[in-house]
Design a protein. Structure first.
Length: 661
């Protein structure tokens, strides 16, 4: 459903019963046969690698967990024929927990495409793949896109592996209610209708539940549109990427009433009061079951079926700046991406983006509007959103200045590019000067990476330089790069403190999001600076997500040989396979390891299919360490729930590589 943890977002429902992992048999000089074998808690040697593979020309690092120090730290690299092609000496050890030491094996000298194995301490790894970035990461980008397609709500669902059906068709005439009050996640009082009705159909389910939030949909749409603008060559079907981005933008346009200047920010309630009013989180069913429900007004399930909609503001009144900036950015990117293929649609997006941007409340209180209850998404920062919105509106206004479609609608509020560049500079500077700056990676709660990149690019153009000389743009590319470098140096410092190289500012929260975010951030910086300074950081973070971690599992379904099986999500639990084969939700990215306290006193959701199928010992228990634990189980949304924002990060991180960016 929706995360109640800081720095990111997701939902809260199912989990993945993971699997066999990288413990292997004795080394041999004969041709290796290396099927994955079941993970054993007390295995003496376990290899941890990026299970998707390693790029030919870049560094390559594997990690090995051992119960005790081996007699020799020498290791060998074997080709597919079992011939030793390289040797080296492992570095380490580092202590992971009371059971395991961690050694690092660097095999960067191996550059030829192929399958290899590593031999160390009398044991051999499963196959390790070396190939080009496109071969390795295009499938991952495609899979992340497919996951987002599977999250569609409304009449335009895509059946996919889960045999999706249209759902929540009554959202086409949804009732608007006053924003309710909550104590924590408990609803207080009754929902009060305003008498309004809007078309809130379409969009994406937020995570493993069926709620829809502008908070997460805007981030996801920004990622899709940004990928369409920058990395479309990364995808097997760029048209599908455009279609999914437009699906998200279509819903955001429905949630923004251009005439009345009202933003609607949420469809549905996750938690009710446990009695007279039930929410989405109180039920476990396929989404189309809601359309067939016979719930009547006043019944406990009424609001779970006939979902309420909530407005962020009174008509024309100021709106929380985090939502304004992100939505305006999505509309600005929409205008850029569709400027040629659909000029009228692009013009509509630009007008909407400019209009909503002017309604930002730039003196918000301590609590930003994200969701109700607020505990689902506790976003702390907003200046980055406003900077990104201004940057994308600048680029869109510049690109569409001569678009004839603009003449067929009300005039734009602003045609002076200096208006948006000055605000982009103002808000990115304010972000840099804020105490929170640099304490997060690129993710749902911090989009400064994209904002800084586009602002710097604008300032490098002749027009940007001209405006900068007139002090319209109170910032400069050098300062932006320096600030970003400081953030990435902090990430490198954090990674050096952790045996598996995880750079996570929250130490035990949102681990997958932070790792993916740093991968995107590092490569974005290097592309902008024209260096490879942080490529090693980017590789280590993406590698950690894809298997080079203590648990030896990829946190992206179907990417690698070991991945979640028991997603904390209703659709794959009820419609898919529970053993990792057959109908699985490929491309779903889960929350990953978290604080052990988040895995206590877990209860199985009523109506969920048990997963793991067999009750057995947790295969990942022995690998807990450094304040982190992981559980692949339907009862563990904290570690096993997939979400749109996580898939969006996976999509961008893999698209950067697959496109050659």
């Amino acid at each position: 459903m929706t995360r109640t943890l800081p720095v990111l977002a997701a939902g809260a429902l199912l989990a993945a019963s993971a699997v066999s992992v990288l413990a292997a048999g004795p080394a041999s000089s004969s041709a290796p046969s290396t099927p994955a074998v079941p993970l054993q808690e007390n295995a003496p040697v376990m290899f941890r690698v990026n299970q998707v593979g390693y790029m030919q020309s870049l560094s390559k690092r594997a990690l090995v967990m051992t119960r005790r120090a081996p007699a020799s730290r020498r290791y060998s690299v074997l080709d597919a024929g079992g011939h030793i092609i390289a040797r080296g000496t492992a570095t380490g050890p580092a202590r992971w927990n009371a059971r395991y030491l961690v050694y690092t094996l660097d095999f960067s000298r191996v550059t030829a495409p192929g399958l290899y194995t590593l031999a160390f301490a009398g044991h051999r790894s499963p196959n390790v793949r070396v190939a080009s970035a496109t071969v390795l990461y295009r499938p991952l980008a495609d899979a992340a896109l497919a996951f987002l397609q599977s999250q569609r709500d409304g009449p335009e669902t895509i059946p996919g592996a889960m045999h999706r059906q249209p759902s929540h068709l009554s959202d086409a005439s949804a009732s608007v209610y006053r924003t309710p009050n909550y104590r924590g996640t408990a609803l207080l009082g009754s929902l009060v209708p305003t008498g309004e009705h809007i078309d809130a159909s379409g969009g994406w389910f937020d995570a493993g539940d069926y709620l829809k939030f502008v908070e997460t949909a805007s981030f996801t749409d920004v990622a899709l549109l940004y990928a369409a603008r920058e990395y479309s060559a990364a995808f097997s079907n760029p048209a599908a990427l455009l279609a999914e981005a437009r699906h998200g933008t279509d819903w955001l346009l429905k949630m923004w009433d251009q005439n009345r200047r009202v933003l609607y920010f949420q469809v549905g309630i996750g938690d009710g009061n446990g009695g007279s009013t039930l929410g989405d989180h109180d039920l476990w069913r396929l989404p189309q079951a809601d359309d067939a429900s016979r719930a009547r007004p006043g019944s406990p399930t009424w609001f779970a079926v006939h979902r309420p909609v909530f407005a962020a503001n009174a008509p024309g009144a100021p709106i929380s700046p985090n939502l304004v900036g992100r939505v305006a950015a999505a509309f600005g990117l929409c205008a850029q991406v569709f400027a040629r293929s659909d000029p009228a649609y692009a013009a509509r997006c630009l007008l909407a983006g400019q209009t909503i941007y002017d309604q930002a409340n730039t003196r918000p209180g301590a609590t930003l509007l994200t969701s109700v209850p607020h505990a689902y998404y506790t976003e702390p920062e907003w200046r980055d959103d406003m900077a990104l919105g201004a940057a994308e509106l600048y680029l869109a206004t510049q690109q569409l200045a001569s678009n004839p479609a603009l003449q067929a609608q009300p005039p734009l509020p602003h045609t002076d590019l200096g208006y948006y560049l000055s605000r982009a500079g103002q808000w990115i500077n304010a972000y840099i000067e804020d105490p929170l700056s640099g304490e997060d990676s690129f993710n749902l709660y911090d989009v400064s990476t994209l904002a800084g990149h586009d602002i710097a690019q604008i300032l490098r153009t002749p027009l940007g330089q001209s405006l900068q000389k007139t002090n319209v743009a109170p910032t400069d590319p050098t300062s932006l790069l320096a600030d970003r470098a400081d953030q990435l140096h902090l990430a490198e410092h954090l990674a050096r403190q952790e045996p598996f190289g995880l750079a996570n500012t929250s130490t035990n929260l949102d681990t997958v999001a932070h790792a993916l975010g740093y991968a995107v951030e590092a490569r974005t910086y290097d592309a902008l600076a024209g260096t490879g300074s942080f490529e090693s950081l980017a590789q280590s973070q993406l590698g950690w997500v894809l298997g080079a971690n203590a648990w030896g599992t990829s946190f992206v379904v179907a990417s690698g040989s070991v991945y979640p099986h028991c997603l904390a999500a209703q659709i794959p639990n009820l419609s898919g396979s529970l053993n990792g084969r057959g109908a699985i939700l490929a491309g779903a990215t889960v929350n990953g390891p978290t604080a052990p306290a988040n895995l206590r006193e877990l209860g199985a959701p009523e109506g969920a299919r048990p997963c793991p199928i067999r009750s057995s010992a947790d295969p990942f228990r022995a690998q807990a360490g450094h304040g982190l634990a992981y559980l692949d189980n339907v009862r563990s949304p904290a570690t096993s729930e997939p979400s749109d924002d996580l898939a969006a990060l996976t999509l961008l991180a893999s698209a950067q590589l697959a496109s050659g960016g």
